[in-house]
Design a protein around this ligand. Structure first.
Ligand code: ZN
Ligand code: ZN
Length: 137
């Protein structure tokens, strides 16, 4: 892989923004490389993924997010309200974490698990928005 300014900037952006969608990466990269295009960032992300340097995750119908943490069989917690993503370590310490009852003859190499729920921030803000004591005026 050739080292280009854009590549270096994309990797730096992903270090600061784990699980970032391409446009957020572009937002970061354009701070240091104002001439970069979103398409150039997409191309770099695609290259990084193709070379195993970045991982693309698409939880549910969320758009693609990219991260630099690759090859450790980790999983994700995804917030059903705001889409925040957090890492969960490999559940049993080695891939695959789960084996199907019937693998249909497949040699199972990996299992990717998404845990869905409300993140701490959303739980706190929904708590604030719905007071338990009704107010009378
Ligand atoms: Zn949330
Ligand atoms: Zn992750």
């Amino acid at each position: 892989m050739r080292v280009t300014e854009t590549r270096v900037a994309v990797i730096a952006a992903l270090r600061g923004l784990p699980h970032a969608p391409a446009d957020a990466v572009y937002g970061e990269v354009s701070k240091t490389l104002p001439t970069t295009s979103l398409q150039a960032v997409y191309n770099v992300l695609h290259d990084l993924e193709a070379h195993g340097l970045a991982r693309r995750i698409e939880p549910g119908d969320h758009r693609s997010h990219y991260e630099l943490r690759v090859g450790d069989n980790h999983h994700h917690l995804v917030c059903t309200s705001c889409g925040a993503i957090a890492d969960v370590d490999c559940l049993v310490g080695a891939a695959p974490c789960l084996t199907p009852d019937d693998a249909h003859g497949f040699a199972v190499a990996a299992a990717e698990i998404t845990f869905w729920g409300e993140c701490r921030d959303c739980r706190q803000s929904s708590h604030e928005k719905s007071p338990t004591v009704p107010t009378h005026t």
